[in-house]
Design a protein. Structure first.
Ligand code: ADP
Ligand code: MG
Length: 258
């Protein structure tokens, strides 16, 4: 790969405590994503997608191995420094969006800028620009509580983008979107990747898995990452109606969590 690697996992394993037992959620995962690249992580519910995104974004620490952002081993940094790198370089879209209720759209998008003292005119103009870009600028002064699902998704994406992240991590971003909003989101992701961000999306949405704009698709199975495929390959010949697959994950027997 000639393009510059922005984010890299090297031999990442992650154990969690499960009652008195230890569970291995990620097993020796290695992955490098370059500037301008858009990759997808797929795999059944419970296979470790959200955990891997959390480790890539520095929200979770690997139990083994390391994560590098722009060549810096963030997983080795002290908490405060790691939080700072994460805030400046990583945009994260939570599966449940994690918007702050009772706050306006604008204030939600301003949150990542607060430590820079950017709740000022400059911060506001950046936040408004991010909301505008996603077509929800007109809702800036409204509380997030009253928005539709698709509008909330866009506000959350604006918040992930407002710092101009090097890495954009999105956890099942189309789960609550209808066809036209999903298409708009995919176009946004393409534009972001074209702008030089490394974009990593977890999804089992066939609309994403068959999208030719996706560069590589990795499958996680029980915490093990398989070599990449290209868009469309994993769906095989079976044609599945997209509208029933947005949420309904194929699941591993004995697993039911997403
Ligand atoms: N902090 C935790 N404590 C216990 N189990 C966890 C924890 N985090 C993740 N897991 C388990 O790890 C597995 C992978 O979870 P997750 O990364 O959310 O998978 P996915 O996003 O692919 O559905 C699940 O079985 C989940 O229950
Ligand atoms: Mg998940």
């Amino acid at each position: 790969m000639t393009a510059q690697v922005v984010i890299e996992a090297r031999g990442v394993s992650k154990w969690v405590r499960d009652g008195s037992r230890r569970r291995e959620v990620l097993r020796g995962v290695s992955l490098a994503v370059a500037a301008g690249e858009w990759v997808v992580l797929t795999g059944p519910s419970g296979s470790g997608k959200t955990t891997l995104l959390g480790v890539l974004g520095g929200m979770l620490l690997p139990s083994e191995g390391e994560v590098l952002i722009d060549g810096e081993a963030v997983s080795r940094l002290r908490d405060r420094h790691r939080a700072e790198v994460r805030r400046r370089k990583v945009g994260y879209l939570f599966q449940d969006l994690a918007l702050v209720p009772g706050m306006t759209c604008l204030d939600n998008v301003l949150l990542p800028l607060l430590p820079d003292g950017l709740a000022t005119r400059e911060g506001e103009s950046r936040a408004l620009a991010a909301l505008d870009r996603l077509g929800v600028g007109a809702r800036a002064a409204d509380k997030v509580d009253g928005l539709s699902g698709g509008e909330k998704q866009r506000v959350a994406l604006a918040r992930a983008l407002v710092v101009g992240p090097r890495v954009l991590l999105l956890d099942e971003p189309t789960a609550h979107l209808d066809r036209s909003l999903a298409e708009a989101l995919l176009a946004d992701l393409e534009a972001l990747a074209a702008g030089g961000a490394a974009v990593v999306v977890s999804s089992h949405d066939p609309r994403i898995l068959s999208d030719p704009r996706v560069n590589r698709i990795f499958t996680l199975e029980a915490g093990v990452l398989s070599p990449p495929a290209v868009a469309g390959e994993l769906l095989g010949a079976s044609s599945v109606p997209g509208d029933i697959l947005g949420e309904g994950a194929p699941s591993v027997p004995g697993e039911g969590l997403s």
